[in-house]
Design a binder for this molecule. Structure first.
Ligand code: BV8
Ligand code: ZN
Length: 247
């Protein structure tokens, strides 16, 4: 199933970077970005809703979408792919986990350190003053088709809360991005899991690792063109391939 070169590289690796996208959470029931939106948001695409402009134009539509997604995450469980990555962290000298996802399934699977390049569904902040309020968010009970929801109000300035994610057109957290790039440029092996690699600057991470001389592996049911040496595609589902790759 896996080439001896790959198995050997994983066995000898001193520092592995795992770079994940929405596909690693797909088998936990979390829709990916490539899945078309459903219900209330059916006529939108994610890239048009995940923007400050969309929130400013219709805060209830956007806050309702994120609460629906947060409910999905709260109802979901880590899958064998998440658990294999957590096991890898325990079994190799150094693992750097970089995710584009805004769910907490890697943490719930047991990974201790997760670099979230695009923020988190679980860290809302004020749209106006940027403070993170101490308003505990309850577990939403959203209808399957979703609904508009008025965002809670900031206890300091009264502004609307927004999801603690990085929207399109917003800068990524500098320290997290630098840590991800630094790890990519200093690893022996990078395993990219469940990403279409279309969103920048995050999508730079695997390319940086390859250019720095690492072996790069893409785990994805969609075929990935690998024209170059030291790059491998493992066609399949994260929840099936990762436990076998890491066992
Ligand atoms: C920035 C958080 C600039 C929100 C996300 C115009 C203006 C400004 C910027 C731009 C612009 N035009 C382009 C840009 C750059 C833009 C960009 O890259 N756009 C794309 C669309 C071209 N980037 C940005 O805007 C970034 N910021 O550039 O700032 C700047 C500079 C200076 C000053 C100010 C600003 C910010 C980008 C971050 C956006 N936020 N998420 C939220 O979650 O709602 S991105 C979001 O989409 C995800 O986080 C993720 O990164 C991306 C989706 O990608 P994937 O994770 O790969 O998911 P996808 O569904 O696409 O693919 C899933 C894959 O899994 C598939 O390949 C599938 O085959 C596979 N799969 C499915 N099942 C499985 C599986 N694999 C394995 N196992 C399975 N079971
Ligand atoms: Zn505020």
């Amino acid at each position: 199933m896996f080439s001896t070169t790959l198995i050997e590289a994983l066995r000898k690796a001193q520092h592995v970077v795992v770079f994940t996208g929405a596909g690693v959470s797909a088998e936990s029931g979390i829709p990916t970005f490539r899945d078309s939106l459903t219900g209330l948001w059916e006529r939108f695409d994610a890239t048009s809703l995940a923007t400050p402009e969309a929130f400013a134009a219709d805060p209830e539509l956007v806050w309702g979408w994120y609460e629906w997604r947060r409910m999905k995450v709260l109802q979901a469980h880590p899958n064998p792919g998440h658990r294999a990555i957590a096991a890898l962290e325990r079994n190799i000298p150094r693992l750097t986990l970089v995710t584009q996802n805004v769910d907490d399934l890697h943490e719930r699977a047991g990974n201790q350190a997760v670099i979230h390049l695009h923020g988190s569904l679980h860290a809302p902040r004020c749209f106006d003053c940027g403070r993170s309020p101490d308003i505990p968010l309850s577990a939403p009970e959203e209808p399957e088709g979703g609904r508009r929801l008025p965002p809670p109000r900031c206890t300091v300035c009264g502004g609307p809360l927004r999801p603690g994610v990085v929207w399109f057109g917003e800068s990524l957290p500098t320290a997290d991005l630098s840590a991800a790039f630094e790890a990519a440029e200093n690893c022996d092996l990078l395993i990219s899991v469940g990403t279409s690699g279309m969103v920048y600057p995050a999508a730079e991470v695997p390319a940086l690792a390859w250019r720095a001389g690492a072996i790069v592996v893409h785990v994805n049911p969609q075929s990935h063109p690998c024209q170059q040496e030291r790059e491998y595609a493992l066609p399949g589902l994260a929840g099936e391939l990762l436990p076998r790759l890491i066992e």
